[in-house]
Ligand binder design. Structure first.
Ligand code: PMV
Length: 294
């Protein structure tokens, strides 16, 4: 069995696509892949019943496209049947496509080193997403807490894992569409959007330092500022804003959307107030859980 973890982005989503830093942590939710019996002529298949995924390489679906890209990158020509299980929710901004890509790469190439796994997984992630920065793949492959910059890669941040509350908005969304929407807004309003992206990246660098010195109050305050910046670049929704407000009203030190936005997940930092935050979200009808990031 091969597995890989999901991630949360504390700071710098979208900014990281344009070369700014982002701070992310791997979470204790994962995707696991086993290689099942395959029969001659069936090609490369992947079934993940809990995500309602049933795909074959090159079948025209997003997963089928990623499978085709990964098997080509891995040099696999024999039929393979992969079976997946996950406790990581799919398509909510928690890095499910990258966790899937890394777990599949590990299942296809059990003896490969970390760099080869990341290369094969990136081929999958490129098939899933429009111009991925690579942060999700690196986090899924390496874990921990780290500051990522496109081109420079990941610098590990020496800090204990951070306990977070996570709520799911239930709105369907696609990271690729959100990245394309930010690109279009940046073309229309380059100065405004570039200014916001720069600030989001600066929050990531400052957030890494605050995590390293254990200053949770500062991290929380920066999360609130980051959510405002993400609203300004147009990737929040009314539901995400409502989830952020519910968390703050229940005593969180800070809360923000995480990942591509347009729906998906909200994270809140609420030491000592986790039950109150999770309770407020659940009472409002949202699914929510606590987990460790880093
Ligand atoms: O929505 P997710 O978990 O795939 O987050 C991706 C983060 C972005 O910065 C929006 C895109 C990227 O490629 O870095």
């Amino acid at each position: 069995m091969a597995s890989a973890r999901g991630k949360v982005i504390f700071f710098g989503e979208h900014a990281v696509v344009y070369g700014h830093p982002a701070l992310a942590g791997a979470i204790s939710r994962q995707v696991a892949i086993t290689v099942a019996e395959s029969t001659e002529g069936e090609g490369v298949r992947l079934d993940i019943p809990c995500w309602e995924v049933r795909a074959a390489a090159g079948d025209g679906s997003a997963v089928g496209g990623a499978l085709a890209a990964m098997t080509a990158a891995a040099g696999i020509t024999a039929p393979v049947h992969l079976l997946g299980e996950a406790d990581l929710p799919a398509a909510v901004g928690l890095g499910s496509s990258a966790a899937l890509s890394v777990a599949v790469a590990r299942a296809l190439l059990p003896d490969a080193g970390g760099a080869a796994i990341e290369d094969v997984a990136m081929a999958g992630e490129r098939a899933f997403h429009d111009n991925p920065s690579g942060i999700d793949v690196v986090m899924a492959a390496r874990g921990g807490l780290g500051l990522f910059r496109r081109g420079a890669g990941l610098a590990a941040v020496d800090a204990p894992p951070v306990r977070l509350c996570i709520a799911l908005s239930g709105e369907s969304r696609q990271t690729a569409k959100m990245v394309a929407a930010v690109r279009a807004r940046r073309e229309a309003m380059p100065q405004k959007i570039d200014g916001e992206l720069l600030t989001l990246g600066e929050l990531a660098a400052a957030g890494a330092k605050a995590c390293a010195r254990g200053d949770v109050a500062a991290v929380g305050e920066m999360m609130d500022r980051a959510h405002a910046g993400l609203c300004a670049i147009g990737v929040s929704t009314d539901t995400l804003d409502a989830l952020v407000t519910l968390a703050r009203d229940a005593g969180a030190l800070g809360a923000k959307l995480t990942g591509g936005g347009g729906g998906g997940a909200v994270i809140a930092l609420a030491p000592g107030r986790e039950d109150a935050v999770l309770g407020a979200w659940r009472e409002a009808g949202f699914s929510a859980f606590a987990c460790e990031a880093g």
